[in-house]
Write a new protein. Structure first.
Length: 164
């Protein structure tokens, strides 16, 4: 009987390995921390379907790693869905406007029925949600950046000591 090589976990194969590969290829821990931070905050932008484009543009403009920012963006999708309605409600609270009962299935149904009417009825709700996101995003991005930077610096140092 031969010893079977244990299979790597999904997390290690899909998340950790690409980040380590980027560190091995010369990406700095600071740039990768920024990439992760922006990937998350742009990934929870309160307009469904816009995060991939926003992440791509941010990575291009700031010369960040496209694959890593998109991985983080896709991992942030459940958070985007979970935060969508609360963000819209916080926007209503911020502007002193009464809440309109909302749910994701209801919004998708209305969008599918008539796109123009959907934007007429819900456009300002989205704009107020974007304002809330814009107020919170820099703080969340900074927190993620300052959390991730030392982790990535340790990983980078460990990789550097292995190559010597």
């Amino acid at each position: 009987m031969t010893d079977a090589v244990p299979r790597e976990s999904w997390w290690r194969r899909r998340i950790v390995a690409p980040v380590i590969a980027q560190l091995k290829q010369g990406a700095t821990p600071e740039k990768l921390a920024l990439t992760v931070a922006l990937g998350f905050v742009l990934g929870v932008f309160p307009i469904l379907g816009s995060a991939t484009l926003l992440c791509g543009l941010a990575a291009w403009a700031l010369r960040l790693n496209q694959p890593v920012i998109q991985i983080v963006n896709y991992l942030a999708y459940p958070a985007q869905l979970a935060l969508l309605i609360p963000t819209y409600r916080a926007g209503s609270d911020l502007f002193g406007i009464a809440h309109i009962p909302l749910s994701i299935p209801y919004l998708l149904e209305r969008f599918s029925a008539d796109v123009g009417k959907f934007f007429a009825d819900f456009g300002m709700i989205a704009v107020r949600g974007i304002v809330v996101w814009a107020l919170a995003a820099p703080l969340v991005a900074a927190a993620i950046y300052f959390f991730m930077r030392p982790i990535l610096q340790r990983a980078y140092s460990k990789l550097a000591s292995q190559t010597i």
